[in-house]
Design a protein around this ligand. Sequence first.
Ligand code: F6P
Length: 319
Amino acid sequence: MKRIGIMTSGGDAPGMNAAIRAVARKAMHEGLEVFGINYGFAGLVAGDIFQMTAQSVNDTIKRGGTMLYSARYPEFAQEEGQLKGIEQLNKFGIEALVVIGGDGSYHGALRLTEHGYNAIGLPGTIDNDIPYTDFTIGFDTSVNTVVEAIDRLQDTAASHERTFVVEVMGRGAGDIALWAGVAGAASDVIIPEHDFDVKKVAEKLRASREAGQKHAVIVLAEGVMHADEFAKELSAYGDFQLRSTVLGHVVRGGSPTARDRVLASEMGAYAVELLLEGKGGLAIGIQNNKLVNHNMLDLFDAKHEAQLDLYDLAHDLSI
Ligand code: F6P
């Protein structure tokens, strides 16, 4: 194997650049030539591919987003799209690839492996919703961004004795809400993986107010419902001086934390090692602080589990 490609696919995540850098530098260190593929699978099909040098990734580790751009490209599920992509791989002499993205991106990576082009997947998404990895690249940064926002909301909530409902991204997963809720001392955390009862949330708020705690921040995962809807339901049970805030894509940007940079660097280098061993169709993860790899097919049948002990903790520690 002489030439490998790298792409980012699906929603961007902070730390993707650190992963690209690690793949590129490790591969060059091992004597490989590296090609960047812009815009994920869409760019592969369009032949938007360029040769990278060690300098291409200079000064990128600290930057959010992805220098290779990203796109969602469902057309790659069709054989026609795959064959066009393979035509481009052949044109550039690329024999294997690293795909950085969510598990949607792994389907394309697996198809390429089945066609004889080994592909390794790195979990790049803020949602932390990929099975067989404790953490995804970008999750830590997004949690820190949400915590910073909660801290600010706590200040203004306290000044006006208000209750804020803050909606955070995560798609169908509650991990960002859970971690940020615990770290931001939220009075309640509402996630898709756990039942909730608006009436009970209201009762708790009323009890806190009566006990002297007159402001609150409730963290709501977007997979449950919209913040406005939730605030409306809550307001039926009393006047809690409600305000809602949707953090949206703000949570996806920003310079990656040291933790995300290190995770991305470790995973990127490991992906190159696996390719050099002639392996493909594998998804990299970190479990109990150790790098692991699993067959992508196993991931498609598995489900990411939320850390429900954190859910209990968030509720036990709030008043
Ligand atoms: O998967 C990352 C994510 O940011 C989710 O948290 C969110 O639901 C979704 O992507 C938003 O997608 P888009 O950027 O296409 O609006």
